[in-house]
Design a protein around this ligand. Sequence first.
Ligand code: B12
Ligand code: SF4
Length: 397
Amino acid sequence: MKVVFIQPKSFFTWEAINVGYISAYLKKHIDVEVEFYSEFFDSMKTIVDGCKDADIIGFSVTSPQYTRALRLAKKVKTPDNWIVFGGFHPTNMQSIVESEYIDAIVVGEGERAMLEICQGNRQQIVHCDFIADLDTIPFVDREVIKQERNMDKCEKKFGNRVATLLMGRGCPFNCKFCASRSVWGREIRLRRPQSIVTEFKKVVRDYRVDFMGFSDDEIGVDRWHLKEFCRLMKGNETPWGCNMVAGYINEEVVRNLKEAGCTEVWMGVESGDPAILKDMRKPNNIDQIKKGFRLAKGLKRRAYCILGMPMEDYDTIKRTEVLLDEIKPDIVGFTIVAPYPGSWFYDDKYKDIDWTNVDEYTNDLTMTAFLSNEQLKAEQSRLTDKYSETLTFRNKE
Ligand code: B12
Ligand code: SF4
């Protein structure tokens, strides 16, 4: 049996670890040939040719990738193959399965569901229980996803070789703008620390990595797990970074991170306005953010900020600036809330829109009770000018 996975293009690329996980899981359980194409690298002709003898074609789809995914599906659909859409968009917009070019969608975690499909499940909507023990999933199949291409591109563009890794899946929090829970639920499942360390070292060796970014939503929620991981990583010389909730940072955590080779922590500051933080259900208050940034000094501290919550006005944005001027992040990014399917801001009025250009950084949809979409964009632009020295690369584009 031949399975082809496709990564449709969106704003910028990253290695498709989702496909790498599913591929590794399939190969562990069945005899299967797996191929992968990415619209970031492969031409339409290469993709269409590569799909010709495929039995199953799986598309990995976030909302901004959906229109292109459908366009590709139209090109490769035949009566003999089975087209499967998986990822955040199909999970949250299940009605897409009615399209004549989509045979089935996978809701939520993909490994078990894709295995069932390869074993003959022909339901239109496939949804399996979570895999309780993540260590039963082999390491990401980086050969199939042609990781080397991503590394080369990154090296050419930024001068360093960055790869990503996952410690676990799921986040216990419930921030309104975030869609994570729709696929992963709110219970955290974590891999064994030793297994993460082994994969870390293997990826560094295989791909000459000089920075590892953890894609986990938030690490450090389970204190024991992070402590044990850091203990096993002591003496590691490859720098790495991860998302952390500011309120979970204390002196001991920072010491452990530094000893384990961590050089960056990325924290969701979001807003300097206490009422907005509360409204977005952020698991931090202003004091915790200030303390987290103060304690994490010596690590590169990135602050994610979000503009455009419903009660945002010029004063609340001013408060965000005041906070930033006090905590002095080393890197800062300003996104505008995007009403992605799976987040609290999604509304049925967006049912038929084209998500192609709905970027986390900017979109034409969001406005607040006091600020129009144009005013929000103007504020974003003012802030990116003001903090131009420390901006994330996406804000610079
Ligand atoms: C790290 C991250 C990034 C990284 C790297 C992403 C990557 N590895 O591809 C970067 C910074 C590059 C990024 C970019 C973007 N991201 Co992002 N990202 C994340 C984050 C935090 C983790 C993603 C991850 O690696 N998860 C681990 C892998 C294993 O999970 P997965 O991709 O979801 O795959 C599983 C299932 O979804 C499913 N599945 C996925 N594909 C397929 C395909 C088939 C055939 C099947 C059967 C199943 C299946 O099975 C997989 C394994 O179980 C998530 C939030 C989250 N907690 O998931 C947001 C998230 C996925 N991102 C999001 C978005 C919107 C984007 C961008 C479009 C943002 C932008 N405007 O640029 C881009 C586009 C990404 C792209 N690939 O084109 C949204 C998606 C919302 C939505 N409704 O679509 C999320 C949920 C964040 C949010 N705003 O809530 N992202
Ligand atoms: S934004 Fe971060 S803390 Fe909030 S729910 Fe999403 S992943 Fe969890």
